[in-house]
Structure formats: structure tokens, C-alpha cells
Write a protein of this length. Structure first.
Ligand code: ZN
Length: 277
């Protein structure tokens, strides 16, 4: 088929002219910065992700909050075998404040509440693998309630890599309390632990993780440097130091498989913003 014959000579040349103009416009619009050199790459972001594990009990009660001693041993060995290095809350704080560096694959191992099995079951395993850990204690329960740690046990553990911090006096849910009661829970637990242990208590784990900006303000006034939640995720430079993320470890039908999955996928989940608000 001859296009020139079909649409007539004049129209044919008009069509060619229109196409040439369009082609020229596309060239200009499509490559506006062809002459400019490519922009330099931005400096690499500090993407250190700190894993903060959250345990409660280490025993064979077969409840979700209780990791069996054999499983706990397996998990601690897994951390060591995979190049994780345990750190203290102060090391994490200094890193976030820009004052210190962290080892490769940093992990902060934490326990909430202050159960006696942290001493009888977890502590020997932590010592075996030379791992540091942190226990957030409910000060009003210590040396009083059955099943909870004593101050003597805490003092002994502090000689061997365990850090003690506050989990309030009574474990009451803070958002439901009056300001005076919130202040009492935060100030009195700090004062009590400082008197018993002889060093500053500077971190709080909010009971059941619940907190809000108002509570954070009171914690700050009370002299805490940072706080931990149960918001699922890794801590990094964008974390709020008064609302640091943790990865809870539960007993499940496949406790250790789930543990490894959590280590492997948490940083991706955090990165995509699925767990932050
Ligand atoms: Zn608790």
C-alpha cells in the first residue's frame, strides 16, 4: 500500500512534518538533563539495627510467657554461634546519643517482671555463654512474693553481667493511673532499686508495654534516660529513646523456629514501616 498515493501528496508531507516536530519535542522533553553529570550518591545511611529481645519466665510451666530452659539454652547458643554480641542498656543509649559504637550484631537481652527463674534457670545459661542481660524488676514484689527474685540474687547477678532496671513498683497499667500515682510508680521503684543496688536506675520498661507521651514526660522528669515498650521492631537511630522497640519471645508449638524467624524478619518488617506509628 502506498501511503503517499492514498492520502495525497500534500497531506503526506504535512504528516511527515508533524511527525518530525513531535520527534523533536520528545527529544527535548525526554532528555532535559542529558548534559548534566549524574548527582553524587548520598552518603550511606547509618542502618545499624539493634535487636532487643524480651523474655519473661524461663521454666517448664508450658505457658506462652515461659520459655523452657532447654529452649532458652538453644536460643542463647544460636545468638553466639551467629555472631551476635550482647550489650547493656547504657551501650545502646550511648550509641543512640552518638557517643559510642556498638559491636557487630548487637543484641540487648531483656527480662520483664523479675521472676525467680531468671536467677535459677536463665542466669547459669547466660553465664555459660558469657552473655550480658537486663532484668526490669517490679520492685514491690522483690524479696516479698513467692516466685520473684530477691535483692540478694539481684546483687549477685549484677556482679556477673546482669543489669537491673525498673518495671515500676506494682506493675499497674500506667495510662489508667492518676499523675501522682504514675509518678509514684516511676520515682519510688527507681529510689528503692538505687538504695538496694547502689547505682543509678535509668531505664524503665512500661508494664505490658503501654505508655503515651504524657507518661514519657513523667518518666523524663523522674530522671529516666530511656524507656522500653513491647512495640515490635528493632531499635535504630530513628527510635524514640523513651519508646524503644523490642522483640518478644514466646513459647509456641515451635518455639525455636519462631525465635529464628523473628530474628530474621524483624528488621525487614521495621524497614517497611509496618510496625511503626
Ligand atoms: Zn511486666
Amino acid at each position: 500500500m502506498d501511503l503517499k498515493k492514498l492520502i495525497g501528496g500534500r497531506q503526506f508531507w504535512s504528516l511527515i512534518a508533524v511527525l518530525l516536530i513531535l520527534f523533536g519535542v520528545l527529544l527535548i522533553v525526554g532528555h532535559p538533563k542529558e548534559e548534566a553529570s549524574p548527582a553524587p550518591l548520598p552518603p550511606p545511611e547509618d542502618d545499624v539495627k539493634v535487636l532487643v529481645l524480651n523474655y519473661h519466665m524461663v521454666n517448664s510451666m508450658f505457658i506462652s510467657l515461659a520459655i523452657e530452659p532447654g529452649d532458652f539454652d538453644w536460643q542463647m547458643k544460636y545468638l553466639v554461634d551467629h555472631g551476635y554480641h550482647s550489650i547493656s542498656p547504657d551501650e545502646l543509649y550511648d550509641f543512640l546519643a552518638g557517643k559510642g559504637t556498638l559491636p557487630d550484631r548487637p543484641v540487648l537481652i531483656t527480662f520483664d517482671d523479675g521472676y525467680e527463674d531468671n536467677y535459677t534457670n536463665a542466669y547459669p545459661i547466660l553465664k555459660k555463654y558469657n552473655l550480658k542481660a537486663t532484668i526490669f524488676v517490679v520492685t514491690g514484689f522483690l524479696s516479698k512474693r513467692k516466685g520473684y527474685l530477691t535483692w540478694d540474687q539481684l546483687r549477685e547477678m549484677e556482679q556477673n553481667g546482669i543489669t537491673i532496671e525498673s518495671h515500676t513498683v506494682t506493675h499497674a497499667p500506667l495510662p489508667e493511673l492518676s499523675d501522682d500515682r504514675i509518678r509514684e510508680e516511676l520515682v519510688e521503684s527507681k529510689r528503692q532499686a538505687e538504695a538496694e543496688l547502689g547505682h543509678p536506675i535509668e531505664f524503665i520498661a512500661y508494664p505490658t508495654g503501654v505508655h503515651d507521651l504524657h507518661i514519657v514526660g513523667i518518666a523524663q522528669e523522674a530522671g529516666y534516660k530511656g524507656g522500653f515498650t513491647v512495640k515490635y521492631g528493632n531499635v535504630d537511630r530513628s527510635s524514640n529513646v523513651y519508646a524503644m522497640e523490642r522483640v518478644p519471645v514466646f513459647r509456641t508449638a515451635a518455639t525455636n523456629v519462631d525465635f529464628v524467624d523473628r530474628l530474621r524478619y524483624t528488621s525487614n518488617i521495621t524497614q517497611f514501616g509496618w510496625t511503626r506509628n
